[in-house]
Write a new protein. Structure first.
Length: 449
C-alpha cells in the first residue's frame, strides 16, 4: 500500500538557543497540521530534520558531524534529510554542496513552506527525479502569529514575542540569519500564555533578541510582561535578553513590584573595554553599563545578573581583555557564558576587521575568565547556605531520578532528595540549602508545618 503523508515519521534535532527550541515547536505544529507524525527514534524516521544554529563555527561543525553520521542510514533506505534554521539561512546552498545528503534547506522565516517541501522531496526520492527543496527568503512580517507551538508537556515554556534583530553588533550573524526585527501582536502572545496556563504550565520565558525594543501599537515590553504575569495560573515570567543600551524604568518597576516577574536579568556585557565595545558596535560604554547595573541594584538589590562575554575579538589586547576581567569581577554576576570570538560569514567584523587574536590566546583568556566566574558563582552560592529558598519544581534531576531539580526566582538551579512528601513538578517547594557548587544549590525540602 502507498504511504500517505499522514504516515510519514519525522525526527527533529535542535541545536542552539531557546529561540531555536521554540521554533522547533512551531515547526512541529506546522507539520502536525499536515498529517506528519513524530518519532524520537531516528532509525525509523522517514524524515530527519536538524534545526541549526550559526552563532559560532563550532555550531556549524556539530551539524556537519551529525550529517556525516546520517550518510550510512541514507544509503540503506529512503530518507529525507532537512537542515532548518540559522545555518541554512546563513550558508544557503553551500550546505548542500558540503553535505550532498541534505534534500531540504529552510530558513527561520520560511517554515510555512516546510510541509510542501518535504512532501515533494519524499515524492522525488520515489521517482528518482531528485531536486533540492530550498526556502531561504527572509521576511519583514513573519511572526508565526497564528501558530500554536506543539510543546512537550511540562512546567516551563517559551514564547517568542519578536523575531530578528536590527542592532547589527559587528560580530553577530543573527541579523543576517533571522532578519529584521519585528514584534508580534500582543493578543497572540496573551492567547498563547492563557493556553499554557490552562495546560498547567507555571512559568513562561518571553524571548526576543532585544526585548526592550518590543513595540506593537501602544504596547511596550513593560506592559506586555505585566499582562502576561497577570494571566491566572502563570506564577513566574522570565525574559531574555535585553540590550544594555535601553533598559526602561517601567520594566524595573515591574520586576520590583510584580511577584510573578522573576528577579533575574541576563544583561550581555560582551566586553568591558570601551575601544572593544565600540568596535563591536554595542553603542554603550563601560561606564554606561556600570551605571545601569548600579541603577538596577538601587531599584531592587535582590535582582540576580548574568551575562555573555566574548574573548579575543579582533585586535583585543591583553590590557583590554583585563578591563573585561576586572568588569566581571566588579559586577559580580551570578553566572556568565564566556565565548571565544568566532568570525561569522557576512558580519561587519568579517568584512572590516582582522580576526587576528591567536587561537591559543583566545582559549587562555576564556579559561582565565571561566575560572574567575566560577569563584564568584561559588562565593555567591555559599552565601545561600542555611537559607530556605522557594523553588519551582521542574522535574527529575539530570544525574538521578531519586532527586528533584528546580529553580529559584533568581534562576539558580536547586537539587534535593525526593521524599514521600507528595511533591510534584509544578509545585512551589521550600528547600533549605546545605551544600553548594558553583552552578547548583543542594538542600532538603522543608516539611510543611
Ligand atoms: N563569536 C563568539 N560569540 C558570539 N556571540 C555572538 N556572536 C558571536 C561570535 N561571532 C555570543 C554573544 C551573544 C551570545 C548569544 O553569543 O556573547 O550574546
Ligand atoms: Fe546579535 Fe547584537 Fe542582535 Fe544580540 S543584539 S542578536 S548580539 S546583533
Amino acid at each position: 500500500m502507498e504511504k500517505t503523508s499522514s504516515a510519514y515519521k519525522v525526527h527533529i534535532e535542535t541545536f542552539g538557543c531557546q529561540m531555536n527550541e521554540y521554533d522547533t515547536e512551531v515547526v512541529r505544529s506546522l507539520l502536525k497540521a499536515k498529517g506528519f507524525v513524530f518519532t524520537e527514534d531516528r532509525e525509523c524516521a522517514d524524515v530527519i530534520l536538524m534545526n541549526t544554529c550559526a552563532i559560532r563555527e563550532h555550531a556549524h561543525n556539530k551539524v556537519y558531524g551529525h550529517l556525516a553520521d546520517l550518510k550510512a542510514l541514507k544509503r540503506q533506505r529512503t530518507l529525507v534529510v532537512g537542515v532548518l534554521g540559522c545555518m541554512a539561512q546563513n550558508l544557503k546552498e553551500e550546505v548542500t554542496v558540503t553535505a550532498p545528503i541534505v534534500d531540504v534547506l529552510v530558513g527561520p522565516d520560511s517554515y510555512r513552506q516546510l510541509p510542501d517541501l518535504l512532501t515533494r522531496a519524499i515524492a522525488s526520492q520515489r521517482t528518482g527525479d531528485i531536486k533540492k527543496g530550498i526556502a531561504v527568503d527572509l521576511s519583514e512580517y513573519e511572526t508565526y502569529q497564528d501558530i500554536m507551538p506543539e510543546r512537550a508537556a511540562g512546567v516551563t515554556a517559551w514564547i517568542a514575542i519578536m523575531r530578528g534583530c536590527d542592532n547589527f553588533c559587528t560580530f553577530c550573524v543573527v541579523p543576517y540569519t533571522r532578519g529584521r526585527e519585528r514584534s508580534r501582536d500582543p493578543q497572540g502572545i496573551i492567547r498563547e500564555a492563557e493556553h499554557l496556563a490552562e495546560q498547567g504550565y507555571k512559568q513562561i520565558t518571553l524571548l526576543g533578541q532585544n526585548v526592550n525594543s518590543y513595540r506593537f501599537e501602544d504596547w511596550d515590553f513593560a506592559r506586555l510582561i505585566t499582562t502576561v504575569a497577570n494571566v491566572p495560573g502563570i506564577k513566574r515570567v522570565r525574559f531574555t535578553s535585553p540590550h544594555p543600551k535601553d533598559f526602561p524604568p517601567a520594566l524595573l518597576d515591574a520586576m520590583a513590584g510584580h511577584p510573578h516577574v522573576c528577579k533575574h536579568i541576563h544583561l550581555p556585557l560582551q566586553a568591558g573595554n570601551d575601544r572593544v565595545l565600540k568596535l563591536m558596535g554595542r553603542t554603550y560604554s563601560r561606564k554606561g553599563y556600570f551605571d545601569l547595573v548600579e541603577g538596577i541594584r538601587r531599584r531592587s538589590a535582590d535582582i540576580a545578573l548574568t551575562t555573555d562575554i566574548i574573548c579575543g575579538f579582533c585586535t583585543e589586547t591583553e590590557e583590554e581583555f583585563l578591563d573585561t576581567y576586572r568588569a566581571v569581577r566588579e559586577v559580580g554576576y551570578h553566572a556568565a557564558f564566556i565565548f571565544k570570538y568566532s568570525e561569522r560569514k557576512n558580519t561587519i567584523a568579517a568584512r572590516k576587521y582582522q580576526d587576528d587574536v591567536l587561537e591559543r590566546i583566545k582559549s587562555d583568556r576564556v579559561t582565565r575568565l571561566v575560572d574567575l566566574q566560577k569563584a564568584i558563582s561559588l562565593q555567591k552560592n555559599r552565601c545561600m547556605i542555611g537559607q530556605t529558598v522557594q523553588v519551582l519544581v521542574e522535574g527529575d534531576a539530570k544525574r538521578s531520578s531519586d532527586q528533584w531539580m528546580g529553580r529559584t526566582d533568581n534562576n539558580i538551579t536547586v537539587v534535593w532528595e525526593k521524599r514521600a512528601t507528595g511533591t510534584r513538578p509544578g509545585d512551589f517547594t521550600p528547600v533549605k540549602i546545605s551544600h553548594v557548587s558553583a552552578t547548583t544549590l543542594l538542600g532538603d525540602e522543608v516539611p510543611a508545618p
